[in-house]
Design a protein around this ligand. Structure first.
Ligand SMILES: Cc1cc2nc3c(=O)[nH]c(=O)nc-3n(C[C@H](O)[C@H](O)[C@H](O)COP(=O)(O)O)c2cc1C
Length: 205
């Protein structure tokens, strides 16, 4: 049976959302399908306004209850860095997963990561490493991007590019004005494909 894949992300300014769509394209190009979810907002409209955050898209389901994920076999999680770690919105979501943690509802399911930071050196790799603790406690099997399908892209130093063997990534710039580049989106699509290649070999029955 084909694995059920969810791409779950939080995105305040839209960069992670664009990576999420590119990841989905990759899963589909590899023969799979994936459902997008956005993590629920925790900040007030007043605070979001002060942070110049645009309204959230209405075409992606908001994940209110972690139980919504229990029917999926594999996950690509999209994270916009805050101080080299999850944003509070993501943390608030994980902090609602006590039931799944204690019952092992996510144990043995597969997970990959993709990340946006403002700047180079802003914490793409440290965010992935920080996420390992949450993945480990839930018993997720982490699927890195690695280099097998993306060596040329990851080794290409001809232009500024986010992403690493830990997962695809983009640099939003300090004011959020930089958008994911063609190479960053290509890397995200390659990750979606590679992720599907791994999880489609697993018997989730
Ligand atoms: C409170 C706060 C902390 C942040 N911390 C970092 C950081 O440690 N490193 C960094 O490169 N960018 C940092 N950023 C920038 C965000 O990572 C950036 O806005 C985000 O990646 C954009 O993704 P999005 O458009 O999907 O929200 C921070 C932003 C905020 C609001």
């Amino acid at each position: 049976m084909a694995p059920k894949i969810a791409i779950v992300y939080y995105s305040m300014y839209g960069h992670v959302r664009k990576l999420a769509e590119a990841e989905k394209k990759g899963v589909e190009a590899a023969g799979g399908s994936a459902t997008l979810f956005q993590i629920a907002e925790t900040l007030s409209d007043e605070v979001l306004g002060k942070m110049h955050a645009p309204p959230k898209p209405t075409d992606v389901a908001v994940l209110e209850d972690p139980a919504q994920l229990e029917e999926f076999d594999a996950f690509l999680f999209g994270i916009p860095t805050r101080y080299g770690n999850f944003p509070a919105q993501w943390k608030a979501f994980w902090d609602k997963t006590g039931k799944q943690w204690s019952t092992g509802a996510f144990w043995g399911k597969y997970a990959g990561l993709f990340i946006s930071t403002g700047t180079m050196g802003g914490g793409q790799e440290s965010t992935a490493i920080a996420a390992m603790s949450t993945l480990t406690h839930h018993g997720f099997v982490y699927v890195p991007l690695g280099y097998k399908h993306t060596f040329a892209l990851l080794a290409d130093l001809s232009e500024v590019r986010g992403g690493s063997p830990w997962g695809a990534g983009t640099f939003a710039s300090a004011d959020g004005s930089r958008q994911p580049t063609a190479k960053e989106l290509e890397l995200a699509t390659a990750q979606g494909k590679a992720f599907y290649e791994v999880v489609s070999k697993v018997n989730f029955a």
